[in-house]
Design a protein around this ligand. Structure first.
Ligand SMILES: [Zn+2]
Length: 174
């Protein structure tokens, strides 16, 4: 069984400029490379779970989301920080793009993305965590039954949350 830390994307990994729709808008948060590297080194896989209702709202396509995700993954890989996979919810019940205007079980606070990852990677939720910047993220973590979910206010908080996770797991930071 694997241990996992789930991260929200906009606001946790990169600066949240609101409906990020182009790689030119991607600015990584300062401590994110170090945070992910530290998790990887201590036996955690890192998975991103992101609501992208901009797709259902018709602001940008699903391809754009995946292009941005790939770009972020490559930037982090240059810092030796490895993301296992991105899970994306493109839905919004009241969206205008018909294909995505559905009530789904993956839009946070629903736990669908977390549960899909749990199944695919055989993750032990008793030793898994989430870091997010909205109450919706925290609710998703709670709904899925993760050990603990951290609500961060500034990007420096990500590294602090990671240090807390290592301490809860009894891992001496190296
Ligand atoms: Zn969804």
């Amino acid at each position: 069984m694997k241990k996992c830390v789930f991260l929200d994307r906009d606001g946790v990994i990169n600066k949240d400029l609101g409906y990020v729709s182009s790689i030119s808008q991607i600015q990584l948060n300062e401590s994110i490379g170090e945070s992910i590297r530290l998790l990887n080194k201590n036996g955690f896989i890192v998975i991103v779970v992101t609501n992208q209702s901009g797709v259902a709202r018709g602001y940008y396509g699903e391809n754009t989301v995946w292009e941005i995700n790939q770009y972020i993954m490559n930037l982090l890989a240059e810092e030796d920080a490895h993301i296992q996979e991105f899970y994306v919810c493109p839905h919004l019940e009241q969206g205008i793009v018909k294909k995505y205007a559905v009530a789904c079980d993956c839009r946070k606070p629903n736990p669908g993305m977390l549960l899909a990852a749990k199944k695919k990677y055989e993750i032990d939720f008793g030793h898994s965590y989430l870091i997010g910047d909205s109450h919706t993220d925290i609710q998703a973590g709670n709904n899925a039954g993760l050990k603990y979910s951290f609500l961060i206010k500034t990007d420096g908080d990500v590294l602090q949350a990671v240090e807390k996770i290592l301490s809860i797991e009894g891992i001496r930071e190296t």
